[in-house]
Design a protein around this ligand. Sequence first.
Ligand code: SF4
Length: 406
Amino acid sequence: MPLPRKRGTALRQRLAELRGPAVPPKALDARALAALAANPGCRRRAILDGAGVNKATLASALGSPSAFGQSQFALARGNTFEARVKADGGAELLRLVHEKLDPGAVPPVKAEVPDLTAGGPEGRTARTALALRDATAAARAGAGTGGWTLLDHPMLALDVAGSPAFLEPDAVVVHPDGSWTVVEIKSFPMLDGSADPAKVGAAARQAAVYVLALEEVAARLVQGGDPAPVVRHRVLLVCPKDFSNLAAASAVDVRKQRAVTGRQLSRLTRIEDIADTLPEGTCFAPDLPAGDLTAAVESVPAEYAPECLSACELAFHCRDRSRARGAVTSLGRSVRAELGALTTVDDVLSAAHGRSGDPQDPTVAALRRAAALRAEALRGTELASPKPELEPGLEAELEPGGAVCR
Ligand code: SF4
């Protein structure tokens, strides 16, 4: 649901202040959205992404540069492959869509490729919606015997935690029956018809975000008694065939990814609510002194988990802080879930050694049993082997209950 205009303007102003004066917003892409949805409890990431803060630049300014991102070489190779696949009015691309997703439709001879140029992301989003509406109406008027339409780099908007995110799929195809298909073009190879499952999974999550955004457009296009256009849940993944420049394609069912991502995005805390909790004057501009920047980042609660290492540019910074606090989430979400209300390593050790916690609590009881078993095992080890000579001072650290993990 879009915000009323006045509130929307106030929020945009607030987010611009958070980003810093004259810092242009970094657009959220579908890859970032899919990652955002993978950690819906992290308010830090939600507000930084919502405000369009460049997290890679921020991580460097904090002294913990991120370690992932696509190399310039891979980007250039991907762009060249995409241009080749879309050459000649998208003839090869449409042939693949017809072959893999809609073999019963009339074969594409020549596709319509509407001009989507317009000023700014809002203008391009409106232009895309008009092109989709016209192509769908033309297809329906032809009762499924009409032509194909290729939208090259359309722009879609998706409401994310109360703020619009603008997304740019590689292509969207309108079929002769008026249905819509998302096309993802990737530069990783498809060998003998199959590709790296992790990369295909990431591409499917990304495509699912586009499907969600297209469904919002389709819902807005419902007019009169006409049904909403159908957004297909099987997308087309196009990759280089066996390291060549030829295209190979595969239909990927993204129903599961669409359901998970949709649910996660709807659970994101509204950006407005997070912004309201920040201290006056909070700013994430990368040219601020490191101390101020760290304080600003730390003023927003984070939910670090090891999965952040492959999904968020701030992972090294958040991991250091999480470890320094002794947060159990840094050991993984499953460990966190097992430990219930005990959120720090100190809480866990205290409960395990009987210094705190309700003995009736199943988690506390399990920890005490584990601590007793460990102590028993250590006693057995002591009896079985002579005590090693220890440096003075190290002995104290190895006393039962005072074990130190090095
Ligand atoms: S790395 Fe930090 S900011 Fe990013 S999702 Fe994880 S906890 Fe949140």
